[in-house]
Design a binder for this molecule. Structure first.
Ligand code: HSE
Length: 402
């Protein structure tokens, strides 16, 4: 029998326990033996919960128990979660996690320990929830070179932007609704400022570059400045607005990563990835483009990814299946050098000056009197920024185009 411990009995932890119970027969058949939860570690007690007898408060019990070979770390954060993960791996126990903050910050170190101890640090659920993107890059694309990735990696912000687009609702109102529905946290900063997305793209960039990408150095813009007026122009141009995470390795070997709202055609493969869904487009040197989609958050979709990692560990005892990346820091190119077209929303009274400053810009007709919209020609971010700075408060918003 394979006995596991679940660290953290919150939404994802309870999902993992539920999945292992509900899919017990299937797991037994595939792993060749029964998979069962022996311990649930949490600070709290859960009186009346069907698994209350498995709840423990002392991590030492789990660490010292030779029957436990696999742990699921679904507690989050980089404090206790980091210490527990490190101790477990050092003891040769595999760890499966949904904790993107920890993977983004200490992934290289933890993977190195797993390699040394012939066990595994698995993190499928840390990026895009239930979508099997980590496994795809780690094994299905082993013979190919991933050149770039563009993704919608945050369900909360995608829900907010979709509501703004479809219902004309304003950002504040939709955020409140998302909080009431339990999608957005009471402190929504990590989601709406793009930090959660930044950690996820940093993990994918780690895998692309083979080096450690510091999530704090990923150029990140959130969705807080997007308004219903911006959506009016997007609609007039047959486009929508999505928070995209992008990373890639250029021909000269330099890497880049960024998170920002983008305007993209509705018929783009990510243009109709709506609500809390996530979508990822991968471009490979041999395969070309491939698209992945599904639920990027939520109890059972995330638990499905964690439990798949548990199965991988159970079916490969004594063998490290995840490729590690080096602790050497990847130097990211300055995104100010990247080129794209931009949508500019400007004061109606200043539209002549804006059009003169951005030679070759094309007006977007949205039947609005309050402001005017333009698409610039392709230009470097740095140059666009410099012209916008000179125009001062004439510029109401600036959104990159895909
Ligand atoms: N807050 C995250 C999201 C949870 O909305 O996508 C999943 O990582």
């Amino acid at each position: 029998m394979i006995k596991i411990a679940v660290l953290g009995y919150g939404t994802v932890g309870s999902g993992v326990v539920e999945l292992i119970e509900r899919n017990g027969a299937l797991l037994r058949e595939r792993a060749g033996e029964e998979v069962s939860v022996k311990y649930i570690l949490d600070l709290r007690d859960f009186p009346g919960d069907p698994y209350e007898d498995k709840v423990v408060h002392d991590f030492g019990m789990i660490l010292d128990d030779p029957e436990i070979s696999i742990l699921c770390e679904v507690m989050g954060g980089v404090g206790a979660a980091y210490q527990f993960t490190k101790q477990a791996l050092e003891a040769g126990k595999s760890v499966c996690t949904s904790n993107k903050e920890l993977v983004a910050k200490h992934g290289a170190e933890l993977l190195a320990i797993a390699g040394r101890m012939h066990c595994n640090y698995m993190f499928e659920a840390s990026v895009a929830g239930g979508i099997p993107i980590i496994r795809t890059i780690n094994s299905a694309l082993l013979a190919d070179k991933v050149e770039s990735i563009t993704g919608i990696l945050n369900g909360t912000t995608n829900y907010i932007l979709t509501k703004m687009e479809k219902e004309g609702a304003d950002y504040r109102g939709v955020l409140k609704q998302a909080q009431e529905l339990g999608y957005a946290e009471r402190n929504p900063e990590a989601d709406v400022e793009g930090l959660d997305t930044g950690r996820k793209i940093a993990i994918l960039a780690d895998m692309l570059t083979g080096k450690s990408v510091d999530p704090d150095k990923v150029a990140t813009e959130g969705i807080t400045k997007i308004t219903t007026a911006d959506f009016a122009y997007a609609k007039a141009a047959g486009m929508t607005i999505k928070l995209l995470a992008r990373c890639g390795v250029s021909g000269d070997g330099s890497a880049w990563a960024m998170v920002a709202p983008y305007m993209l055609p509705v018929e783009h493969s990510l243009g109709r990835v709506d609500d809390v869904f996530n979508g990822i487009q991968i471009t490979c040197s041999m395969l070309g483009d491939a698209m992945f989609g599904g639920k990027g958050a939520g109890k059972l979709p995330t638990a499905s990814a964690v439990a798949a990692d548990v199965m991988d560990c159970a079916m490969h005892p004594g063998r490290t299946v995840m490729r590690a990346w080096s602790r050497e820091e990847a130097v990211l190119s300055d995104t100010a050098q990247l080129e794209s077209r931009f949508f500019l929303r400007v004061k109606a009274s200043e539209s002549g000056a804006v059009q003169a400053a951005f030679a070759g810009s094309v007006p977007v007709a949205a039947q609005r009197e309050e402001d005017a919209g333009f698409f610039t020609p392709a230009m470097k971010e740095r140059d666009c920024q410099a012209i916008c700075a000179k125009l001062g408060d004439a510029i109401l918003n600036r959104i990159r185009l895909v």
